[in-house]
Design a protein around this ligand. Structure first.
Ligand SMILES: C=C(O[C@@H]1C=C(C(=O)O)C=C[C@H]1O)C(=O)O
Length: 391
């Protein structure tokens, strides 16, 4: 992004319009003058906001506790609960004509650059560039984040654990394909916490490059899940071209560079990254297809007012164990939002349950429910309390 002066005072005009305005000011010129005047105010206010964020950064540095300073812990600049509250407030007070979610996205980007000014944040994600996880990363952290594509979910866990990246983004479930086992299993061998979630509607595009000969297409590349999500559309529109599954949608898009007879199925981020043209948009068979991603990190998150808590429970291998575990939740009025079962490796026929519930671990009823589960099971681990996805 280019550097801009902190206090813009000048405006530029199209010379043709300046000539027209010399004789009589056109309504267009008058409207644009008003826009220019507002832009100056908005511009200055954004920089004023950024200066306050810098003051917040100074405060955060000063208030790192002595114990933390001794163990060389850095202050925590990124505050997911505060960002969720800011975005929620934007949506609640918005009166239009700009839609609530679009207005929130503008503020998302403003916060992204403010946080970057406080301290740049490196975010590892399941790559390569152009995947839906990349899109989810930009949606959650904004475009100022220093993003780091990695080849596998295990790599994302590892780099965040090692501190190479402050946070990581991994897919956890798709509304039509189900859970991503690698991500759930990642938590079984890691001490990382869940610090946020992001939901992304999955829209697939039929992409071609500048040099593609659209009339003689013979091959289409995509990730196997995306090919499956567009199966019916492909059967109807391109029944005879070869479908080739590759490691990711980003990789599919990348391959078009050297091939004139191939197309790719991928999302918007891939189209932009690889300079491809959308021959057809929204070609997914199920238009409400959504993927949920988790943000992983080291620090616990304070309550935002609308939170979720995730736990993993290792149950005793006996009949009725699950029913027993779920009872304390309803007894304490905690609503469970999802449950997934995974084998508890290396033990044969033993299982762990990943349970998501409404509320924060600081809420008395959530703590009470979890404490009531504890004596019934081999182990309970709190994976994290974090703000529900806002955007
Ligand atoms: C300014 C702060 O730091 C960061 C930037 C925020 C913002 O620009 O509003 C919000 C939360 C933090 O991620 C803060 O903690 O308030």
């Amino acid at each position: 992004m280019s550097e801009q002066s902190a206090n813009p005072q000048t405006t530029t005009q199209n010379p043709e319009e300046t000539n027209a305005a010399a004789t009589e000011q056109s309504p267009l010129t008058a409207l644009r003058e008003q826009i220019d005047a507002l832009d100056i105010q908005i511009h200055n206010m954004i920089n004023d906001r950024a200066k306050l964020a810098q003051d917040v950064a100074i405060y955060k540095k000063q208030t790192v506790s002595d114990a933390d300073a001794k163990s060389h812990k850095n202050p925590i600049f990124y505050r997911p609960e505060r960002e969720a509250q800011v975005l929620k407030a934007v949506m609640e007070r918005n009166t239009g004509p700009i839609a609530d979610d679009k207005m929130a996205r503008l503020f998302r980007e403003i916060m992204s650059v403010c946080l970057d000014l406080e301290a740049p944040q490196r975010i590892a994600f399941l790559g390569p560039i152009g995947t839906f996880t990349h899109a989810a990363t930009l949606k959650h952290f904004g475009k100022a984040a220093d993003t780091m594509p990695l080849a596998t979910i295990t790599d994302v866990f590892r780099e965040v654990e090692a501190g190479t990246a402050a946070y990581g983004v991994v897919p956890v479930e798709n509304s039509s394909e189900g859970v991503v086992n690698h991500t759930l299993d990642g938590f079984l061998s890691s001490t990382l916490k869940i610090i946020g979630e992001v939901e992304l509607p999955i829209h697939q595009n039929f992409l071609v490059a500048e040099h593609t000969k659209v009339d003689s297409l013979s091959r289409i590349y995509s990730h196997q899940q995306s090919l499956a999500q567009c199966r019916h559309w492909l059967d109807v529109n391109f029944p005879n071209i070869e479908r080739v599954a590759v490691s990711s949608n980003g990789e599919a898009a990348r391959r078009l560079k050297n091939e004139w007879h191939s197309a790719a199925i991928a999302g918007d981020v891939a189209a932009v990254e690889y300079d491809l043209h959308k021959l057809y948009e929204n070609i997914e068979d199920n238009p409400s297809n959504t993927t949920r991603f988790l943000i992983i990190g080291h620090e616990a998150v304070a309550p935002s007012g609308q939170d979720k808590t995730s736990i993993v429970v290792s149950a005793h291998d006996k009949a009725g164990a699950l029913i027993e575990i779920l009872k304390p939740l309803s007894e304490h009025g905690v609503s469970m939002t999802s449950i997934e079962t995974r084998p508890e490796r290396p033990n044969k026929w033993a299982y762990v349950f990943f349970i998501d519930m409404d509320g924060h671990i600081d809420d008395a009823n959530v703590t009470a429910a979890i404490e009531a589960i504890r004596p019934m099971v081999k182990d309970v681990r709190i994976l994290g309390s974090y703000p529900k996805a806002v955007l």
